[in-house]
Design a protein around this ligand. Structure first.
Ligand SMILES: [Zn+2]
Length: 512
């Protein structure tokens, strides 16, 4: 089994051959920690996670490095505008350092919610200032830089004949304004800042002394070249990032690294993730459609339903996010988790009702190991499914088709329960859906509803139940609670009174 990956550099799906097998070095551009991580970011990091899991499954010794950008990422790609950290500091009324800490924590929390494997190295730009300075000095010694007075040290892109090869930039046709604004003093429109100086009159919170200025700070691109070299070497296997990084950020990372180390290629495989849009529209503050993981959880959805939704789109395609699709994913996932519990029981005929009772509560504490099957013990059909799943997964991480194979396995009555369990254990190592840890209860789709907007029949039942409770007729109150459940409503009696939630099991009569 070998992996095939689309390489942005060649614009082709290529067979993956690491530089020093079985070792694999992977660098992922991480978050700029100036605001909350949203689901657009989550999609990218979940797809990184699938790639890391696939590499590990194949037996590679992966070193997975992901950076935290906590300085130097300017609002504009053209080396102008404010540092995002300094701007965020004002918005949230926190010091730039506290802001970075707050949103790095939120990022890590979001990653745990999505069940992504932690990187082997998580590195902050502010903790690698000497490495970045050293790299800029190397570039200066080799003659790739020039200084713009009171502004910064710049990379002269005309010194590299193959500059822009990743994005296939047509440099002669590149007009100022199309990709970059021409900053005063820049020799070429594509030149970019390696190191920036504090502007006169500006009082930045994050500054360091450098050979060029007393108060200065790194440009955004240098951190990724310096830190990837430190942890993975001057050349490594895979670099990932969003498609928006191809034209500027990754193009400049390549320029810095290949000029400083004089080794080509800097990276062997460039993997780029596509965007997520929300219900047909771009995510934006003005539309109010930027959702964090907490927004998703508060609406009653489960993070694994969101992960499953991400997996249903190929990482190179745009994903259009709809809440109704998320609800659909959650229902399907719940059904699958219920089936898993049933297949476990079927495989344990000697187990008594005690276990069945535990299963009803959603927890069956038997180690997954019990259902692992060796390939040679599998039926021909099970082997066929396993082969099909991995063919899809290894074909440039075709997760939508791999997930489709998972549903086929769940449905196919020719497979035994035990075989289904064995296959799902195998698949979930890379899907990362925690199939054997989830319970049907936690996947119950619930969202609180306004009592006034309920159908009349449901309102009537609620009223009757209130009356029964008043009369301390608990039996009748419980019966009515069950009746409401049939209609798809859960009633909770809380300190603030009655709360009604809608569940995914809607059995509303057509004329309520
Ligand atoms: Zn980067």
């Amino acid at each position: 089994m070998s992996l095939r990956l689309y390489n942005t550099m060649s614009r082709q799906v290529e067979e993956f051959r690491p530089l020093n097998p079985p070792k694999v070095g992977l660098y992922a551009c991480g978050p700029t920690v100036y605001d909350y991580t949203h689901i657009g970011h989550l999609r990218k990091y979940v797809m990184d996670d699938v790639l890391v899991r696939v590499l590990k499954y194949l037996g590679y010794q992966v070193t997975f490095v992901r950076n935290i950008t906590d300085v130097g990422h300017l609002v504009s790609d053209g080396d102008e505008g404010e540092d995002k950290l300094e701007k965020g500091s004002r918005k949230y009324k926190l010091s730039a350092w506290d802001l970075a800490k707050k949103f790095e924590d939120y990022f890590n929390y979001s990653m745990r919610q999505m069940n992504t494997l932690p990187p082997d190295v998580s590195c902050r730009a502010t903790e690698h200032i000497p490495e970045q300075l050293e790299m800029v000095e190397t570039l200066e010694k080799k003659g790739y830089t020039y200084t713009i007075l009171d502004d910064g040290v710049y990379f002269d892109t005309s010194k590299l004949p193959d500059y822009g090869k990743l994005a296939r930039l047509k440099l002669d046709k590149l007009k100022v304004g199309a990709r970059v604004t021409k900053l005063k003093g820049k020799k070429n429109p594509t030149d970019f800042a390696l190191w920036k100086f504090e502007k006169k009159g500006q009082k930045r919170q994050m500054v360091w002394e450098s050979p060029w200025a007393k108060r200065s700070f790194p440009g955004w691109h240098i951190e990724c070249s310096a830190m990837s070299a430190k942890y993975l070497g001057e050349q490594f296997d895979i670099h990932t990032g969003g498609v928006d990084h191809i034209a500027v950020h990754h193009t400049n990372e390549i320029a810095q690294a290949e000029a400083a180390f004089e080794k080509k290629p800097f990276v062997k495989y460039w993997v780029h993730h596509n965007f997520l849009q929300i219900e047909g529209k771009k995510m934006s503050k003005s539309l109010g459609n930027i959702y964090t993981i907490d927004d998703i959880l508060k609406k009653g959805y489960h993070s694994m339903a969101l992960r499953l939704l991400f997996l249903t789109a190929h990482y190179r395609s745009e994903l259009d996010f709809y809440f109704k699709n998320l609800a659909g994913m959650q229902k399907a996932l719940k059904k699958l988790v219920e089936s898993i519990a049933r297949w476990k029981i079927e495989d344990l005929p000697a187990v008594s009702s005690r276990l069945v009772g535990m299963q009803a509560g959603g927890r069956l504490k038997i180690e997954d190991r019990r259902w692992k099957l060796e390939e040679k013990k599998m039926s021909k059909l099970a082997k066929e499914y396993r082969k099909r799943f991995w063919e899809k997964m290894l074909d440039d991480l075709n997760t939508p088709e791999a997930v489709a194979v998972m549903w086929q396995v769940a449905k196919d009555e020719a497979l035994s329960g035990k075989e289904k369990l064995a296959l799902l254990i195998d698949f979930d190592q890379v899907l990362g859906l925690r199939l054997f840890k989830l319970t049907p209860d936690e996947l119950e789709l619930q969202s609180q509803v306004d009592i006034n907007s309920l159908p009349p029949k449901v309102k009537e039942l609620l009223k009757k139940r209130q009356q029964a409770r008043k009369e301390k007729n608990w039996q009748e109150a419980d019966r009515l609670r069950d009746k409401l459940k049939e209609f798809g409503y859960l009633v909770e009696d809380t300190a603030e009174g009655e709360k009604v939630k809608k569940t995914s099991a809607v059995i509303l009569p057509s004329k309520a």
